[in-house]
Write a protein that binds this ligand. Structure first.
Ligand SMILES: [Zn+2]
Length: 370
């Protein structure tokens, strides 16, 4: 009889300890902590900590085994599973390799304490166990506000069946967009409401401004008295508009009259707010237009919906946003077919996927231009 060999497997026990490295800024009182992890006796940190501490723009190309890191407008390339770092046309050697560890990209701490001070001495110094760096100027997209339209006492568009409301579809899609963005991009995603509650139009953009958001996406569903009308349209803010755009604008703005205090409230939006708000959005008009166009065509392609085009309208909710802002009408609640689709989770996933893909593209382009 054959004896079974005894296989002794040596389990590598990787002890990980969390600690941190302090980063102070020359001209600011704030500081950041780089979280470190000990892997086989060496201090490592997650590459995205560079984003937090130095506003680095990080692009990981796993297939190529490269990590592109842009810091203070300088480009460094780290090769995965190697200890080589390329900066300009020089190659530097660090004593431990960059690793993929538990699906994270980990760099040895000496990348910050030794390599960065060597290649960027004018921006980053290291002494006495602390990093002292220039406060990073960051213009990349790092915080996105998703605004599910309506809510609470304001149902928004009411479905053909009279059983479903725009406010619920908007919230469901917004939550899906948030989840996908957080999974796929290194950004913070905030919702103007995460429950079925009323939020005034003004406080939606105020929230985005206060949070210093870099993008504002308002999610809605449309309504029309003709139940045959269908399709997707994406808006960006402008006072120039077509009659049709004006009709949707009136619909979305009517919340102010209906739920925020009648004509006095409308007046409030129309006076000072308008002037300031238009100035705020004007600066981002081109970007908002670009994003609206991309989201529109991607949504139409992904869902085969009727393409109602990209439109300009003067939405209260887009006014006053100090960032690129668009408003998406995902379809008509008043069209029986579209209502059915809009309430289905599978269709909502498609819509969310499509919006997220274009936000990702927009971010990639936008960040590169910074
Ligand atoms: Zn709406």
């Amino acid at each position: 009889m054959k004896k079974f060999g005894i296989v002794i497997s040596l389990l590598f026990c990787i002890v990980t300890l969390s600690a941190s490295l302090r980063v102070e800024y020359n001209s600011q009182r704030t500081s950041e902590a780089i979280v470190t992890t000990t892997i086989l006796g060496v201090d490592y940190f997650n590459v995205y900590e560079l984003n937090k501490a130095f506003s680095a723009i990080i692009h990981v190309d796993v297939l190529d085994g490269r990590v592109n890191i842009n810091l203070y407008n300088q480009q460094l390339i780290v090769l995965l599973e190697s200890s080589y770092v390329k900066y300009h046309d020089k190659v530097y050697n660090i004593s431990h390799p960059a690793l993929q560890y538990k699906s994270k990209i980990m760099l040895p701490l000496e990348f910050i304490t030794t390599l960065l001070p060597a290649v960027l001495p004018e921006h980053i110094r290291y002494h006495g166990g602390t990093v002292v760096a220039d406060f990073p100027v960051d213009n990349s997209i790092r915080r996105i506000v998703i605004d599910p339209g309506h809510g609470g006492k304001d149902p928004g568009a009411i479905g053909y069946s009279k059983r479903h409301f725009e406010k619920d579809v908007a919230l469901q899609v917004a939550k899906k967009v948030k989840a996908l963005l957080e999974k796929e991009l290194d950004v913070e995603v905030l919702l103007t409401r995460s429950k079925d509650k009323f939020v005034s139009l003004q406080s939606r953009t105020e929230f985005a401004n206060k949070k210093d958001a870099d993008l504002f996406i308002s999610i809605h569903c449309n309504a029309h008295r003709n139940s045959k009308v269908r399709g997707i349209e994406v808006f960006y803010l402008s006072t120039a508009k077509t009659d049709e755009a004006r009709a949707v604008e009136a619909l979305e703005n009517s919340v102010v009259y209906e739920y925020e205090g009648g004509s006095a409230a409308v007046q409030k939006y129309d006076d000072v707010a308008l002037i300031l708000a238009d100035m705020a959005q004007n600066e981002h008009l081109e970007e908002s237009y670009q994003m609206a166009t991309k989201i529109q065509s991607h949504l139409v392609q992904a869902t085969s919906a009727r393409n109602r085009g990209v439109k300009q309208a003067n939405f209260y909710v887009l006014r006053g946003a100090y960032m690129p802002a668009v408003l998406i009408e995902l379809g008509f609640m008043t069209n029986p077919d579209e209502e059915k689709k809009l309430i289905s989770s599978a269709h909502q996933n498609k819509l969310a996927r499509s919006i997220v893909s274009e936000i990702e593209n927009f971010k990639a382009k936008f960040d590169q231009m910074q």
